[in-house]
Design a protein around this ligand. Structure first.
Ligand code: NDP
Length: 449
């Protein structure tokens, strides 16, 4: 780029890849954003002079640490812990913690980068971050998970705080893990403070936080359909995953009269053509959240089909909700969805759709909401949890749900404001530009920092 008043996407990406070799997920996330914001930046040279995009793609700080813990047999294990404090331009660092064997710096940088835009879209004052460890909670005893969480927090606690960095949950980190980590922070600092969100209700958690990402995703889909004159009634929905996000996406879709016919986990998916209902939801929430069982048990219980090692995208549907993990819809899956008549996709997971698959959705002009817009409900209610903690108050269920619905509708409107094209809403462009502008302007205001 030099000092000329234009940024070239290929040139920008070549330099980014050179500075961050091997971090393919991070490259993928930046490429998607850069492709939509560079044309805008080129029309607004103030962002070029100040090298805003270069600064936005370099985390404020990356902390990597050793986590040592002992299993039930007395064997010692060594894991690697991370916290990527991406940007505190518009508020303290905020973003989840992931425990999964696949966790590495690339994945956490992509998640932290995405979080910058997502948090900006929520309209709440939250910066971005992401953390985690290559620890696998699967198959570990309660005590082992506790010891790991305590060891992890012993180091992490030195880098976070209620006005500095407020982590939450993500894959492999639910209320149980947040509770262990919160307990350890409290013990280390002798301080009861809102340093984590996603806490249980008994000690400072917010109503609807657990459900928020999924509920928000369903609300966002409802907004997209409404904008086109449609609704959720009777729509056949294919949902992937059976974790926190997938389960509460499904629950809200059912409450809004849609028909959810699939769920999955890393061992395969179930297809229940009759659709899930309240009773089936109660079973699966108990199975996945408390018994930590496998999705195939649902098929046995309700006499439907289980497809081992398969993804659910071949099941004909009106609406699709990828809610498991990154890169779970490839080009072939996208083509199958379109061919089978899918009208809209709302991402509950972060970056579940590969770039080539996004192109398929855009070419087919079906509604497509990127996670940074459609899954922002979780962090939005985390923001509300922070406010309630600061005020030493607990808001009622209806109040939080109403605010969540309002925020999802507001994010949808921002996507329209920035993403409207000839006869089509480009939600990727809308979310990226709206998210970018707020953070970029804050960075400009601070001068060179
Ligand atoms: P959970 O750990 O609760 O659930 C994850 C689900 O995805 C499980 O069903 C898991 O199956 C499945 N899964 C995980 N990895 C893979 C894989 N490699 N292949 C196939 N299936 C997989 O996580 P969450 O529901 O919290 O998170 C799901 C997604 O939503 C993630 O992308 C996360 O970043 C995103 N997200 C989460 C938010 C939150 O508030 N929790 C907020 C915004 C986004 P199994 O049990 O077999 O591992």
């Amino acid at each position: 780029m030099g000092d000329k008043l234009q940024i070239d996407l290929d040139d920008f990406m070549t330099r980014l890849i050179g500075r961050n070799p091997g971090e393919t997920e991070f490259h993928q996330a930046v490429h998607e954003v850069a492709g939509t914001v560079i044309p805008y930046i080129n029309e607004n040279p103030k962002y070029i002079h100040s090298r805003i995009l270069e600064r936005m793609t370099e985390p404020d700080r990356t902390i990597i640490f050793r986590v040592c813990w002992e299993d039930d047999t007395g064997r010692i294990h060594v894991n690697r812990g991370y916290r990527v404090q991406f940007s505190n331009a518009i508020g303290p660092y905020k973003g989840g913690i992931r425990f999964h064997p696949s966790v590495n710096l690339s994945i956490l940088k992509f998640l932290g980068f995405e979080q910058t835009f997502k948090n900006s879209l929520t309209t709440l004052p939250m910066g971005s971050g992401k953390g985690g460890a290559d620890f696998d909670p699967k198959g570990k005893s309660e005590r082992e998970v506790m010891r790991f969480c305590q060891a992890f927090m012993t180091e992490l606690s030195q880098h976070i705080g209620p006005n500095v960095d407020i982590p939450a949950g993500d894959i492999g980190v639910g209320t149980r893990e947040i509770s262990f980590m919160f307990g350890q922070y409290k013990r280390l600092f002798n301080e009861f403070t809102g340093v984590l969100t996603g806490k249980a209700l008994e000690y400072g958690g917010s109503l609807i936080r657990k459900e928020a990402t999924g509920y928000g995703c369903a609300y966002f889909m409802e907004e997209m359909l409404k904008h086109k004159g449609g609704d959720l009634k009777g729509k056949v929905c294919v949902v992937s995953g059976s974790g926190n996000v997938a389960l509460y996406t499904a629950e809200k879709l059912i409450q809004l009269d849609a028909k959810v016919v699939t769920l999955s986990d890393s061992s395969g998916f179930i297809h229940d053509p009759d659709g899930l209902n309240e009773e089936k939801m109660a079973y699966i929430i108990e199975l996945k959240t408390f018994k930590r069982g496998r999705i195939s048990e649902y098929a046995k219980e309700f006499k439907c089909k289980f497809y081992p090692d398969k993804k659910p995208w071949g099941i004909p549907c009106d609406l699709a909700f990828p809610c498991a993990t990154q890169n779970e819809i490839d080009e072939k899956d996208a083509k199958t969805l379109v061919k089978n008549g899918c009208q809209a996709v709302a991402e509950g997971a972060n970056m579940p759709t590969l770039a080539e698959a996004v192109e398929v959705f855009h070419d087919a002009q079906i509604l497509y909401a990127p996670g940074k817009a459609s899954n922002a409900g979780g962090v939005a209610v985390s923001g509300m949890e922070m406010t309630q903690n600061t005020m030493h108050m607990a808001w009622g269920q209806e109040d939080v749900d109403l605010q969540l619905r309002g925020i999802m509708s507001d994010i949808h409107q921002q996507c329209i404001n920035f993403g409207a094209e000839e006869g089509y809403i480009n939600y990727v462009k809308g979310a990226n530009l709206a998210g970018f502008k707020k953070v970029a302007n804050a960075m400009l205001a601070y001068g060179v920092v």
